[in-house]
Every structure is written in structure tokens, then in C-alpha cells.
Design a protein around this ligand. Structure first.
Ligand code: ZN
Length: 288
């Protein structure tokens, strides 16, 4: 079957992104918010003014579906206004394996996201409490973990260990960055080791696993928290569902790899509503 792409680029009328048409193949519908002033929820069909959705922490005002947030929005969600100070912004990604078109992909992601890499870290305050916060941005090459992402995570945690601060990291990742091959895989060991040292120093580390977190990130620092939080409906896994089904030749449960399923099976400590997240983090940090 042929599928035609629209010829007209500029529309003069208000557009409604209707993801319901594509819902048959659910996995291909990324719940990002498209351009335009209005948005139709791809779960319940509710039509919202885009600003209302953004004011509601990107949660559908009708059915409560969670839309993805970028790094900047995450920081704004939990960090006191004006207290965020970014660290290690200037680390540059190189192409260690001379992987074809890798530089182009990185350049494109930089342009689209306004970020230097798929991880942003810095100091900030949560209701006046000092923390080190890091956020992966799934819009930057699917939040994949290359050498620079791994290095930035490591440095952020090392700084927190030195200054005896708690670390909070939002994860969102497609896994290791294939364009960096073995260098990407080594980041799993490196980030895990630094989390270990932070813990040995008696300090707190809270990962918040957001949609989607998979692959080498799940298999390293995302799952090594003292208290592991997540959001409703988040997909968390290592290998993809289809790969597992084909390998074990069995049908997996419907809610497999969903945060609720993982909570029930002891992989998560709590699923926290977005609106409650800042308060929850404050309580944990304060208790510690
Ligand atoms: Zn909805």
C-alpha cells in the first residue's frame, strides 16, 4: 500500500493533530505535542487549548494522559524558579568510530532541541533544599546514552558526592547510542560505579523513570536508586516487547513494561503524579 505525504507545507487554517487515525499501530505514535494552537488528545479525543495542557504539566485535562516533557520543562517542574545553574554544558560529542552520518544526526538534534547533548545537569533548589539534578531529553537522538551523556551523568554525581548533595535524575532513553558502539556500553559501568560511590558516602540518589526508559539506561543507573520513582503509564524495559515475544515465543501481558506492572513486581518504589512530584521529592530529601 502506498502512503502519500501531504504536498502542502504551510497551512492557513488551524490544524488538529489527530493521532487517533494512527492508533492501530500504537507503538509508532509518540506522545509528543505537535505544533499548532490546539491539540487533540490521542487517547480520549479531548480537544484542548495547547496552553491549558502546558499549564497542567502536560497532562490531558480530560483523561489524565501524560505527554512527554523536555529537559527544560522537567527542570521548571521541580526546581525553584531562578535557582538552576547548569554544569558541563560545553562537553562536545565526537565521532569515535567514524560512524557514517553521526555528526549530522548530532547537529540536527542540537538544532531541534537547543541542547548540546541529550542530558542536562546542574545545581538547583527544591523548596530551598540544595540538590544536583540531571535530566535526559528523549528528543535528542531518542535520549540515547553516548560518551558525553555518560560523562555528564558521572560528573554530576561526582560533584554531588563531593558536596554531599542528593542527586535526582530524570531518565528517558532508547538505550545506548549505537553510533558509539562499545564506548556507549562502557557508560553503563561508569555511571553504575559512580552511583555506587555516592551510595557508599551515605548520600541519596533518586532516579525518576519517565516515558520511555529502555536499554542500557534501564540496565544501569536508572535502576540503582535508593528510592526509584516513576510516572503513571511510563514504559520501562530493557529489550523491546516484540523482541522478547519472538525470543520466548510467548504472548506477554498487556501491561508488561508499564510502570504499574513494575511497581507491582517490586522494581519501583512509587508512581508519583506529576503535580505531586516536587512535593514528594522535597519530602524524601528532607527526610534524608
Ligand atoms: Zn485525554
Amino acid at each position: 500500500m502506498f502512503k502519500f505525504k501531504p504536498v502542502f507545507k504551510k497551512r492557513k487554517y488551524i490544524t488538529l493533530k489527530n493521532a487517533v487515525d494512527k492508533i492501530e499501530n500504537k507503538e509508532e505514535v509518540a506522545p509528543n505535542i505537535p505544533g499548532g494552537m490546539w491539540i487533540k488528545c490521542n487517547t480520549c479525543g479531548n480537544i484542548m487549548y495547547k496552553k491549558d495542557l502546558e499549564d497542567n504539566a502536560k497532562v490531558c485535562t480530560s483523561c489524565g494522559k501524560y505527554y512527554r516533557m523536555n529537559a527544560k520543562e522537567r527542570i521548571e517542574l521541580v526546581i525553584d524558579t531562578g535557582t538552576f545553574r547548569e554544569i558541563d554544558r560545553d562537553l562536545k560529542t565526537v565521532n569515535p568510530l567514524d560512524f557514517p552520518q553521526y555528526e549530522d544526526k548530532v547537529a540536527k538534534s542540537k538544532e531541534e532541541t537547543g541542547l548540546e547533548e541529550g542530558f542536562v545537569a546542574g545545581y538547583g533548589k527544591i523548596y530551598g533544599k540544595d540538590v544536583v539534578i540531571g535530566v535526559m531529553d528523549s528528543n535528542f537522538m531518542m535520549g540515547s546514552m553516548g560518551s558525553v551523556v555518560g560523562e555528564k551523568i558521572t560528573r554530576a554525581i561526582e560533584k554531588a558526592t563531593e558536596e554531599r548533595l542528593p542527586v535526582i535524575i530524570f531518565t528517558a532513553s532508547g538505550g545506548a547510542r549505537m553510533q558509539e558502539g562499545m564506548y556507549s556500553l562502557m557508560q553503563m559501568a561508569k555511571t553504575s560505579a559512580v552511583v555506587g560511590r555516592h551510595s557508599e558516602a551515605g548520600l541519596l540518589y533518586i532516579p525518576i523513570i519517565t516515558d520511555p526508559t529502555t536499554g542500557g539506561v534501564t540496565a544501569s543507573f536508572a535502576m540503582l536508586g535508593d528510592i526509584i520513582l516513576s510516572e503513571p503509564g511510563t514504559i520501562i524495559g530493557f529489550a523491546g516487547r516484540r523482541v522478547i515475544e519472538q525470543t520466548i515465543r510467548q504472548k506477554l501481558p498487556e501491561d508488561f513494561q508499564k510502570a504499574e506492572f513494575l511497581l507491582e513486581h517490586g522494581f519501583l518504589d512509587k508512581i508519583v503524579e506529576r503535580k505531586e512530584l516536587k512535593k514528594t521529592l522535597y519530602k524524601i530529601v528532607d527526610m534524608h
